[in-house]
Design a protein around this ligand. Structure first.
Ligand code: PGA
Length: 257
């Protein structure tokens, strides 16, 4: 983390977990133990159908609401899809875009992710843009090129002003939901490379203002070490964000003086 230049953001990615009743229960549990978050912003990215419930349940807490996906068209005949404006209108602040599960199971390409980034920014949402390599790609030694390509395509034609509203989340696919965390060195190496790519595109001042998260089996036992890396400004947390006490332990790790 480097709080002088950028915000620390701890975001839970619930994926396809918890119904509306569970959402209310989780909100009560979290609010009961939630610390004062002086140093970091806390976000819960809930399933789209639970956004209204979450917005109501977290109203009196310092927790921002995020979505996990959206479509890039503003409106029209796109059965089953949700627009950026619909999210914004419900009080959503963040939206995860290009998560590896979206890329893997729903055919999202870098081009689609870029369209979604533009649509989200247009609507006033803050995109959390996910990038990451598979185990095969890491073993082939192409991680850095691949991540640079993902970052450049996601940010294609995004202005510096708009980039300041984006978060980049580095999520090695081999570490997601596997219990296998990247070492803090591996995570830091890629997060630093992401900042270098942004510096090449936008210059040093913009690059140092961008929040870069790590995601992939982040949990209470490894959060502090990952967050101690200067280019890791927060976490995108799946499994450990589903339990209020684990999520709070990670928030506490990001919230140290
Ligand atoms: P995990 O998921 O923390 O369960 O590995 C992270 C993510 O996919 O965002």
């Amino acid at each position: 983390m480097n709080r002088r230049y950028r915000k620390t953001v701890i975001a839970g990615n619930w994926k396809m977990n918890k119904n509306a009743t569970d959402t209310k229960k989780f909100a009560e549990e979290l609010k009961a133990i939630m610390p004062k978050t002086k140093w970091c912003e806390v976000v819960v990215c809930v399933p789209a159908v639970n956004i209204s419930t979450a917005a109501r349940a977290f109203k009196d807490a310092r927790v921002a609401i995020g979505a996990q996906n959206m479509y890039y068209e503003p409106a029209g005949a796109f059965t089953g899809e949700v627009s950026a404006d619909m999210l914004k209108n419900l009080g959503v602040k963040y939206v995860i875009l290009g998560h590896s599960e979206r890329r893997q199971y729903f055919g999202e390409t870098d081009v689609i992710v870029n369209k979604k980034v533009h649509a989200a920014l247009e609507a006033g949402l803050h995109p959390i843009i996910c990038v990451g390599e598979s185990l095969e790609q890491r073993e082939m030694g192409i991680t850095m090129e691949l991540i640079a390509l993902q970052v450049k395509s996601a940010l294609y034609n995004v202005s510096a002003d708009k980039l300041r509203k984006c978060i980049i989340a580095y999520e090695p696919i081999w570490a997601i939901g596997t219990g296998k965390t990247a070492t803090s060195e591996q995570a830091a190496e890629v997060c630093t490379a992401i900042r270098t790519t942004i510096r090449q595109l936008y210059g040093a001042r913009v690059a140092r203002s961008v929040t870069i998260q790590y995601g992939g089996s982040m949990k209470p036992s490894n959060a502090a070490e990952l967050l101690a890396q200067s280019d890791i400004d927060g976490g995108l947390i799946g499994g450990a964000a589903l339990k209020a006490d684990d999520f709070v332990a990670i928030i506490n790790a990001a919230n140290q003086d």
